[in-house]
Ligand binder design. Sequence first.
Ligand code: NDP
Ligand code: GDR
Length: 361
Amino acid sequence: MEKVALITGVTGQDGAFLAEFLLKKGYIVHGVKRRSSLFNTERIDHLYRDPHETDVRFFLHHGDLTDSTNLIRIIQEVQPDEIYNLAAQSHVQVSFEEPEYTANADALGTLRLLEALRILGLTDKTRIYQASTSELYGKVRETPQKETTPFYPRSPYAVAKLYGYWITVNYREAYGIYACNGILFNHESPIRGETFVTRKITRAVARIKLGLQDTLYLGNLNAKRDWGYAGDYVRAMWLILQQDRPDDYVIATGETHAVREFVELAFKAAGIDIKWEGNGIDETGRDAAGKVLVRIDPRYYRPTEVDLLLGDPAKAKAQLGWSPKVSFKELVAMMVREDCKRAERDILCKQHGYAVADSFE
Ligand code: NDP
Ligand code: GDR
């Protein structure tokens, strides 16, 4: 029998990678997407087929994690073997501006899915994966961070995800649901949202290289992250739901790099050497000719920062047989390469009189 998966957040970076991965494994995949005034399916358009065709295996449903009745209806219709709860207001800085909405979608949204399984009598049938995060570790208590490291969330996003983590554990213990947390460290790709720091950097590097932009404005260059490749991480999500017993796992590379290093490597991948000058908000990154390419804008500083994330994926390696395949250097180069192609396309569009979006925050 073919397995049926339901992915919330299917239009996001991970949703797109996971949908493709599961379709390749022979799953029938259903995705929940929000209604939006413009198309928001760019990342999954290549997977979508007209539902009137035969042998369609990928279906989309309108839905929202803030709407219980809608989630219950979708789950009742789909009767999934596996649910991957990837939907979230996932931007840490935005969560300081929209804390209540973030809690509603990220914390209560998780509860709504778990309750739907109970209401529909699917606690024995449906396995559920919760997209937990290294942001739970927040303020450094121990490095590297592993499954037993205490949590200390440092943003409304992380606090909401803390609830999501524990409600998942609680429903596993209380009702015997196969419910698991993947505590995933940062993972990136050429389809990463443009306002996360990695993509913001690689997009700007490409546009600076091709003359579409002069300067890249950033916040804290000293924050350190354990960055991996999203394609590797969705494989871990699937493995987590294929074990004999439900459990929680750290998924990380075991390497950490500062934002500053990411900037240097990204420019290098585009053939530009960056030299740093000055300190704090006056720090600049210059090319060999002395032109300022990187400046600090304190608007991007966070009220409370997470200084250092470094994960220990030993448990995932031992129990899931998972390890990352794409290195940090390969990831940066891949992202710069793809953004250079997009910048070239933007130049063509401009030359033919079509408007293109110039800047992202
Ligand atoms: P994205 O921001 O790229 O995607 C988030 C998805 O959630 C989008 O499809 C978005 O829809 C959808 N969404 C947002 N709010 C709602 C809502 N109220 N109802 C339904 N759908 C909603 O995130 P990623 O793909 O990067 O991350 C996937 C998950 O993993 C998230 O939960 C994130 O918090 C978590 N995570 C991510 C990590 C990473 O490094 N990428 C690391 C650890 C955890 P739309 O397209 O319409 O905006
Ligand atoms: P993060 O990712 O907060 O780790 O959350 P992000 O890329 O937004 O920030 C990483 C670090 O870079 C610093 N930074 C900047 N960040 C942004 N966005 N823009 C800037 O201009 C900038 N300058 C410096 C930040 O201060 C931070 O320290 C991501 C999300 O995907 C979450 O959903 C996920 O849970 C975690 O990763 C793991």
